[in-house]
Design a protein around this ligand. Structure first.
Ligand code: FES
Ligand SMILES: [Fe+2]
Length: 384
């Protein structure tokens, strides 16, 4: 393992995802969520930044979402500032108009036929579970994966959060169940029965890895990790006040120093319980609280105490923000001392590096497949 400016090539490769990086090429070979569906009204466009690369996302007046190139090929202005017309987007600067396939269909000040020689990049785009997904890689898109656990009866809810650190800080955190005993010592996790320091094991699966946390006197909590950047857990959503629910999340680099998480919950509530749940959600949404990032940063500066943060409605988010950003914007891995409880962290690195080296050398990659038998479990005796 050679060192480049104090960061090993291995750690650089798993944390850097900009265009041309090996980690970026790998992540771009999957369908990735890029936006919440409800943040994009028909007839609107917005700029995106994903993996240090700019894109345009717009929703045609026909309701169809589309990801295309960020800048106009005429004189380079930002396309998301333009007008949506039907299912096309017209540039704000000189009115060139582009269809969802990227073809220029009008260049008003130019001679006839001029537009037909011009096109911009367009990316396969689809919507599922309240998220807009795009395939941002080269070549044909792989089959679009579906998750039947999220298609069960109940309330499906999509959300997102921003975190001011590299996405791999979060990926490693999700393979590390010991932190629940400390980071989330005061939270709905412990109220739900996840107390005590667990014994951790990890094994490779068809989808990624399964991380098991065995607690004395309790059951085994299994977290399913999907390669390259997903998680499936069963969790009590602190902000939502519901029963144990299923959470699937994707960690998406914005650049190498920040990321977003797109989260989809299935709340298994029905009938009257569903009505109560919706009312509780509306009440929570109406409460104005300082953001998780602000609270996390103030706590790390030493300006807030444990008592000051304990009633934050997203206390689990605050706690995870504190430790993940506290590791360094890109975690300080050089010099770290891994122990037996870090088997999940070690395995996710191993799988990523195995696939990156295969990609570099042109060897076949593993085709990761989710299936409903890879179930996440709660791991307490009260709820499973
Ligand atoms: S810059 Fe877009 S039409 Fe001129
Ligand atoms: Fe956590």
């Amino acid at each position: 393992m050679s060192d480049i400016h104090g960061i090993s090539k291995d750690f650089a490769d798993i944390t850097q995802t900009g265009p041309g990086t090996i980690g970026g090429r790998y992540l771009r070979s999957f369908w990735l969520p890029v936006s919440l569906s409800d943040q994009l009204a028909p007839g609107r466009a917005k700029p995106l930044q994903i993996m240090s690369e700019a894109f345009t996302l717009y929703r045609g007046q026909d309701g169809v979402a589309q990801v295309i190139a960020p800048y106009c090929p005429h004189r380079g202005t930002q396309l998301s500032t333009g007008w949506v017309e039907g299912h096309a987007l017209r540039c704000f600067y000189h009115g060139w108009k582009f269809g969802p396939d990227g073809r220029c269909i009008e260049a008003p000040a130019e001679r006839e036929g001029f537009a037909s020689n011009i096109s911009i990049k367009s990316y396969p785009t689809r919507e599922y579970l309240g998220l807009v997904f795009a395939f941002l890689g080269e070549g044909d898109a792989p089959d679009f994966p579906r998750y039947s656990d999220l298609e069960d009866d109940g309330i499906v809810e999509a959300s997102e959060y921003w975190r001011d650190c590299n996405f791999f800080n979060n990926i490693e955190n999700q393979c590390d169940p010991v932190h629940v005993a400390f980071t989330h010592r005061t939270s709905s996790f412990t109220e739900g029965g996840l107390t005590g320091v667990p014994l951790v094991s990890a094994e490779e699966t068809s989808w990624g890895l399964a991380v098991s946390a065995r607690r004395e006197g309790g059951g085994v909590r299994v977290t399913q990790i999907g390669m390259p950047n997903m998680i499936h857990i069963r969790i009590v959503p602190a902000t939502h006040g519901a029963e144990w629910g299923d959470l699937f999340a994707w960690r998406i680099p914005v650049d190498d120093v920040s990321h977003k998480s797109f989260n989809v919950w299935l709340h298994r509530v029905h009938g009257n319980a569903a009505k109560e749940f919706a009312a509780k959600r509306a009440a929570n949404a109406a409460v104005n609280v300082p953001s998780v990032q602000e609270v996390g940063a103030a706590f790390r500066r030493g300006d807030l105490s444990f008592d000051d943060i304990k009633d934050h409605p997203d206390i689990i988010g605050v706690q995870d923000d504190i430790v993940q950003v506290g590791q360094g914007v890109v975690a300080r891995r050089a010099g770290e001392r891994l122990g037996r409880s870090d088997v999940g962290v070690a395995l996710i690195r191993k799988l990523w590096l195995r696939e990156l080296r295969a990609l570099e050398s042109g060897a076949p990659l593993k085709s990761w497949q989710w299936n409903p038998k890879l179930s996440a479990t709660v791991g307490t005796s009260e709820a499973s």
